[in-house]
Design a protein around this ligand. Sequence first.
Ligand code: GLU
Length: 478
Amino acid sequence: MSKVRVRYAPSPTGYLHIGGARSALFNYLYAKKFDGDFVFRVEDTDIERNIEGAEESQYNDLVWLGVIPDESPLNPVEKYAPYRQTEKLELYRQYAYKLVEMGYAYECFCTEDELAEMKENQLASGVKSFKYNRHCLNLTKEEKEKYLAEGRKPSIRIKMEANVDLGFDDLVRGPVKFNSSDIGDFVILKSNGIPTYNFAVVIDDHIMEITHVLRGEEHLSNTPKQLQIYKYFGWEPPKFGHMTIIVNQNGKKLSKRDNNIIQFVSQYRKLGYLPEAILNFLLLLGWTPEDNKEIFTLDEAVKAFDPARLSSSPSMFDDSKLTWINSHYIKNLSDEKYFEFILPFLKKVEKLQDRDEEELKNIALIYKEEISYGEQIVELVSQLFKDSYELTDEEKEFVNSENSKLVCSLFAKKVENCEVSKDSLKNLFKEIQNETGLKGKDLYMPIRLKLTGVEHGVELYNIVRIIGKEEAIKRAIM
Ligand code: GLU
C-alpha cells in the first residue's frame, strides 16, 4: 500500500478559522496515525480575494497549535513542489489542454453576458439549477477563428459524461450518490489562464500523491466533479471524507460573519487560550472518542484516533466547553509554565506597573484556579482597581446597616497593625466575630463589597495583598 499522504489546503483569503483548523487537525491525525505525511499547500488562485499575510498567519497558527506540516511552501519536497497554485499556472494549462486533445474538454468562447442571459432563460423556463447549454461544444475551426478575431479568449470546459455514476464511499458518511447528468460542463481553466478550484485541486492531489482527503462538508458536491476529472485522466482518486458542518447553539451553520462567536484561532490565541486546549476542543468537534473521554493531548489523540469514529452529525460549537477545557489546561500548567503564559497579561494591568516580578507572580498564582483564559486576569485584577463601582439597592442597604458599618470600621482599625497573611486575616475576623457576635455573610460580605464592589471573587486576604493595606483601609471606611 502506498504511503498515506494528506493535506490541508487553505485559500489565503482569511485567517485560520475554527473549521479550517479542525480539518487540518483531522488530516494531521490521519497522517500520524498511519505513519504518513501531512502537507500544507496553498490554493491561491482566487487572486482578488487573497489577503496579504493570510498564508503566513494560517501556517503560524497551525504550528502554534502543534499541528506541524511535514511539507509546505517553506519546506517543500522537490518532486511535489511548488506548493502554491499560482506558481504552477502553466502546468494546469497543459493539463487542461491535454483533456481538450483527448476530447474530454473543449474551448468555450461565451462571454459573461451571454452566460448570464443563458442562465436567465433557463430559470425562466423552470429549470432549477443552471447548466451550460454546450453552445461551444462542437465549434468548427472557422467559428473559433471568428471568435478569436473578435478578441474573445476561450475558457476550457469539461465535457461531462452522460448518466454515469460519480458516487463514492465517503470516509465519514458512507456511500454517497451522484450522477454525472446532474452536473453541467463546468469551467476548468478560466479565459485569463487561471484554473478553477475543482480542476487545480485534482492536479495537485494527483501530483502530490495525496491518498486521503478530509475536508468540510461544503465540498461534498465538488467531489463528483473532481471524480470526473480523475476518470478522464485515468488517475486513481484519493479517498474522500467530508466532515460535518459546525453549528452554533441554535443549530444554525456557523457563519464567519457571525460576530457573536469568536471563530478565528488567532483571536483565541490573543485572548489567552492555550494551544492544547484549542486542539482538544477541535478534537471533540469532529470525533466521538470512546468512553466519553474528554481530555486528550495531541499524542493521545493520535493513538486513539479512529476514522470510523468521525462524527456524522453536525457538531455544535459550544464556547462554554472551550472555556472549560481551557481552564482545565491552565490549572494543569506547572507554576513556571503558568507564569510564562500569564505574566504578559498581568503586566497589562496599569495599576500593577510598579510591582516587581515576585509580587506579580504572587498575584498571578492567586488566579491560577480562577481564570478560564489569560485576558480574564486583566479584567479580574483591573476590577479591583476601579475608581468607583455600583452596588445594587439591596447591597447598598446591606453595607449601610449599623452592623456592616461596625464590621468595616473594626476591620480598618485592626488591619492597620496586622501583617497580610492568610492566618492573620483569619484571626482578625475571629476577633471581629467575638467582639460583634456577627458571623458568616454578615461578617465577610460588608468588607468584600466595600473592597471590591462584587459579592464573589478571590479570598479577602488576597484582595488586601493585591490592592495593599492602605487602599483596603480607605475603602473599608469610605
Ligand atoms: N481551498 C479549499 C478551502 O479552503 C480546500 C478544499 C479542499 O480541501 O479540497 O476550502
